[in-house]
Design a protein around this ligand. Structure first.
Ligand code: ZN
Length: 161
């Protein structure tokens, strides 16, 4: 899975659907650039969810089992990505919900996290972010929710409080 479809990553030409995602801000130019590279590294066999610019470096969020593949033998792939985008890159696998959530929300502060037990037996995580830190969020809450839900298959509610 990549932020753009495999055909777009392969041909390096965006289809109407990927173009629309780019236009409405759901994905960034950086997502597209990295998706094209990661596709080339793995011929579509591995991917990532999203690249997030967190200031001093870029975080590439992916499934835990893809981390080593994206980094590549001896860090070869990682170096190519860093050279291409001109920034240090960290590849982050979702090993725990907390780790992922903190990375996505940082440097805004989390006031509290709690688990809500739903009627169907599922668990929803509720995260309260300091309302004074709204402008520190690197992406909107909807995107954070989407990434966390996609990676962890957990329902997440993020509120400012
Ligand atoms: Zn596409």
């Amino acid at each position: 899975m990549l932020p753009i479809c495999n055909i777009c990553a392969k041909t390096k030409v965006l289809c109407a659907s990927c173009e629309a995602k780019l236009k409405n801000g759901e994905i960034s130019d950086m997502d597209v650039k990295i998706a094209e590279m990661v596709y080339d590294f793995g011929k579509g066999e591995f991917g990532f969810e999203k690249a997030v610019d967190i200031g001093d470096f870029i975080v590439i969020l992916t499934k835990k089992e893809y981390v080593g593949k994206i980094i590549g033998s001896g860090g070869e792939n990682l170096r190519k990505i860093e050279e291409s985008i001109g920034k240090q890159v960290k590849i982050m696998g979702a090993s725990s919900a907390e780790e992922m959530i903190y990375t996505l929300i940082s440097p805004a502060n989390i006031v509290s996290t709690s688990k809500i037990y739903k009627a169907d037996g599922g668990i929803m995580r509720k995260i309260t972010v300091n309302k004074n830190d709204a402008d520190k969020l690197k992406m909107d809450i909807y995107s954070i929710k989407k990434i966390v839900s996609n990676l962890l298959h957990t329902d997440v509610e993020i509120v400012m409080g």
